[in-house]
Design a protein. Structure first.
Length: 94
């Protein structure tokens, strides 16, 4: 046999992983969380009427505090400005 195993069920494997890494990095920078904070990024089906079929959910967990933001886009479509907008309530100095 030659070549690496390709999972036929994987959804654009490395692209999803790269998107998740970028989103985590943007959230860490934006919220200025330390390295020991846990940042989780998930893509979920949205079942709310009128909601796009997929949403990206970002959880930032530090000690007993958890901050959550949802972006109504698939993970691969999320950009840095989407993350900034989603967390604006937590970063706005006013």
């Amino acid at each position: 046999m030659s070549g690496a195993f390709v999972n036929p069920l994987a959804r654009n494997g490395s692209s999803v992983i790269n998107s998740a890494r970028a989103i985590k990095s943007w959230a860490r920078q934006l919220l200025k969380v330390p390295d020991d904070a846990v940042v989780s990024v998930s893509e979920l089906a949205c079942h709310v009427p009128g909601c796009p079929p997929k949403e990206t959910v970002i959880l930032v967990m530090q000690g007993t505090k958890t901050v959550q933001a949802s972006i109504h886009k698939p993970m691969m479509d999320v950009r840095e400005e989407d993350v900034a907008h989603a967390f604006s309530a937590f970063t706005d100095p006013h």
